[in-house]
Ligand binder design. Structure first.
Ligand code: EPZ
Length: 434
């Protein structure tokens, strides 16, 4: 007997009301490992309830850190007891961000042994730039049976690091490894995402000396000691964008609360081109639709461009627009696996390499579909909300990696959505709502 959880959505409901955005997944999965570098306990607030956080906390505990739940979205991490620099395959393979333990453990212990990461299947996702940064800082790296062995004979020293491509992960890892290295490190062609700035702000609140995060040149002067801190993770730019698109797809009127509007500029710009009305306030945006959705062309780019992590969601919205839209994927190697699932719901999309052409049909119909990665799952949720009829989404563990209580937040906005557990028995299948 095995069980599987699914979302069951009865589409066609208009979303209205308010939704609170949680802490940023792609910031917190770097900040939690970064606590290993602290010489005193750290308190981290606004931590989202997502499975990538559960995995990160499990790894921290396996390494010997003391992680204490202090209340909703708040944890204390005391890494003084960390007594291992090895992250095994079983833990690391469940998410991509496990590679941040490389930079953090290397930065503290000057050696580590971490499994190659897992994460969303988005085509080729090498870590050559991460390894390049570690080598520039004085480390030797070796990949052996799926594990990355990183050692330093004489510790880590400041370096000039130029990334051959803009990479969020390698930028984060270079910062983690350099904050306690001897001397000045200069990272050029750095990624500029809000979560890069958040990691730097967290480390600087502990006494690190990181300048220029958010620009393409980051300077880090190594320090010997990092004190404890109390730090709140920034709101999740992609979760906010996802709910903005969901509101627009159902023709609703939703106030998206606890956001940083500046982080949403490129998302707002694209959605306004599609005909969505967006009002900006200090820490919230209101999304509404008072006319037909219209076609547009979008290319995903590193920040401040339109985020690749919003590409599947905006594609779902453009299926509902009038006319022919075009999506160009400018960051990931392969990020259109979800198109087949949208086609099951009546979408008319042609994909050629990194370009998708969407013939807006103005409507979608419910169908049984499967999430193939985190943001693909979010796109299917959006499509199911807008579709006529019932949509069931399988493999929702992808969605729960990066969205806290998505069904609950959508239900509070008026959606008709249930999470059900399907028990596959030898004699057939039984479905119970949970
Ligand atoms: C981070 O992945 C995010 N994940 C991804 O979000 C996001 O899509 C991506 O950045 C781009 O913004 C986390 O932060 C945990 P990259 P990452 O290094 O670090 C190439 C989500 O939905 N590259 O910026 O893996 C790589 O192949 C997830 O929340 C190299 O060639 O992204 C890719 O094409 C999905 N060599 C491009 O750069 C390297 O050493 C961008 O990768 C590293 C990357």
């Amino acid at each position: 007997m095995n069980t599987q959880k699914k979302f069951v959505i009865k589409g066609g409901r208009v979303l209205n009301g308010e939704v609170e955005i949680s802490g940023a997944k792609n910031a917190v999965v770097a900040i939690l490992p970064a606590a290993i570098l602290a010489d005193e306990p750290c308190i981290i607030e606004n931590v989202p309830d997502i499975s990538d956080v559960d995995i990160s906390i499990r790894i921290l505990r396996e390494l010997g850190a003391k992680v204490t739940y202090l209340g909703p979205h708040t944890y204390e991490i005391d890494a003084r007891g960390v007594n291992s620099s090895c992250v095994p395959y079983e833990s690391a393979r469940k998410m991509r961000a496990s590679y941040y333990f490389m930079g953090a453990l290397l930065g503290r212990f000057k050696h580590c042994r971490v499994s190659m990461p897992g994460g969303c299947p988005l085509g080729d996702r090498p870590i050559d730039q991460h390894l390049k940064a570690f080598k520039k800082l004085g480390a030797d790296t070796k990949v052996d049976r799926g594990m990355v062995d990183i050692t330093t004979a004489n510790g880590l020293h400041g370096a000039q690091i130029f990334f051959d491509c803009v990479t969020v992960g390698a930028t984060m890892n270079a910062i983690l490894a350099a904050v306690k290295a001897d001397g000045l490190t200069i990272i050029e062609n750095a990624a500029k995402e809000p979560h890069i700035v958040d990691l730097a702000s967290f480390l600087n609140s502990m006494g690190a000396e990181i300048m220029g995060a958010g620009t393409d040149t980051i300077k880090i002067r190594g320090v010997k000691y990092l004190r404890g801190t109390s730090y709140a993770v920034i709101p999740d730019q992609i979760e906010a964008g996802t709910y903005m698109v969901a509101a627009a797809a159902t023709g609703g009127n939703v106030l998206i609360k606890n956001v940083i509007p500046k982080h949403l500029e490129s998302i707002i710009s694209v959605m306004e081109k599609i005909g969505v009305k967006i009002e900006q306030f200090d820490d919230s945006v209101r999304v509404s639709v008072d006319g037909p959705l219209v076609k547009t062309s979008v290319k995903t780019r590193p920040h401040p461009g339109f985020p690749t992590d919003m590409q599947p969601q905006i594609s779902a919205l453009l299926c509902l627009a009038e006319g022919t839209s075009m999506i160009k994927e400018g960051v990931s190697e392969q990020r259109f696996q979800y198109v087949d699932e949208l086609r099951r719901m009546g979408a008319d999309i042609q994909v050629d390499g990194k370009v998708a052409v969407i013939e807006g049909t103005g409507k979608l119909t419910g169908a049984p579909v499967k999430a193939c990665d985190l943001r693909a799952g979010a796109a299917l949720m959006i499509a199911g909300l807008a579709a006529s009829g019932v949509t069931t989404i399988e493999d929702i563990f992808h969605i729960e990696r990066g969205y806290s209580d998505m069904a609950g937040k959508l239900r509070a906005l008026g959606a008709c959505i249930e999470k059900v557990t399907v028990v596959q028995k030898e004699t057939g299948t039984q479905q119970d709502a949970v």
